[in-house]
Design a protein around this ligand. Sequence first.
Ligand SMILES: Cc1cc2nc3c(=O)[nH]c(=O)nc-3n(C[C@H](O)[C@H](O)[C@H](O)COP(=O)(O)OP(=O)(O)OC[C@H]3O[C@@H](n4cnc5c(N)ncnc54)[C@H](O)[C@@H]3O)c2cc1C
Length: 306
Amino acid sequence: MHKDDILKELESIVPKEIIKVDEPLKRYTYTETGGQADYYLSPTQNEHVQAIVHFAYTNDIPITYLGNGSNIIIREGGIRGIVISLLQLDYIDVSDDAIISGSGAAIIDVSRTARDYALTGLEFACGIPGSIGGAVFMNAGAYGGEVKDCIDYALCVNNKGDLITLTNKELELDYRNSIVQKAHLVVLEAAFTLAPGVKKEIQAKMDDLTERRESKQPLEYPSCGSVFQRPPGHFAGKLIQDSNLQGYRIGGVEVSKKHAGFMVNVGKGTATDYEDLIHYVQKTVKEKFDVELHPEVRIIGEHPTD
Ligand SMILES: Cc1cc2nc3c(=O)[nH]c(=O)nc-3n(C[C@H](O)[C@H](O)[C@H](O)COP(=O)(O)OP(=O)(O)OC[C@H]3O[C@@H](n4cnc5c(N)ncnc54)[C@H](O)[C@@H]3O)c2cc1C
């Protein structure tokens, strides 16, 4: 399908205001890297998402989902086809011991809402800078808690545009993995079942976790959080630290001196710098300790042509 025809079709199924053409993506990623999306759409209703996904499916147009961009490296060649940002679906509703939120809500805000209603179970998420959709996709977790512990169900759309509701079990949540990844679904909404708690105690736990995070992580720089998954029986950060890689830099990206598991963009770093540094760290750790490091961060998009 020709580019102008795709635009015309998109304008006929969703409001024009939510469509951007050739949109630079670096402004939407925590690493501050990324080329352009052919079409960048920010739907405000679930029905828009369904219509766009159905259109992409029937016309064989690739589709990519974006949450808060905190676990993604987008290459400088950008993304062909349609990119849907879910961030406009950001409602948070509370009833009794349940919280239902749109996939674009920040999990930090959902965690704070739980605290405000004296509901316990989401304290672990008080410093994770992702959206609800990204958190379900990754089964995000920290300090012994994870999405799997408290999610009740997620409302998703499959690759044809059909709505499906998946229970906790059906979501197949595992270490940084879920059916959402495996089946290329998009999350529209998630429901969490929490337990009644004491607001003061919930706040104290969140304060403790925040202090631990701020003292260990290089939050003053752009990054994508922990770059690598935890290899069985090891900690990625420790292996990198013991390989003397802290402070090692390629282009504008450096292995953090504060937390070896993080790579920080210290000045105009590119996705290529990130990828080269990731490969260098993988190679070094493999040579030194015979351990394979697998990225936790998602690396997507086209390589630059020049
Ligand atoms: C400073 C820092 C600290 C971090 N700490 C933690 C931590 O403690 N624990 C942890 O688990 N992670 C952590 N992360 C990583 C990141 O915040 C989480 O993985 C988060 O869940 C990603 O959510 P996101 O909305 O930013 O996803 P994005 O980065 O936008 O996307 C990540 C992946 O999810 C997919 N996706 C996003 N939204 C949807 C959706 N609605 N439907 C389907 N797919 C979707 C995207 O296609 C992509 O493949 C940290 C990151 C940073 C920068």
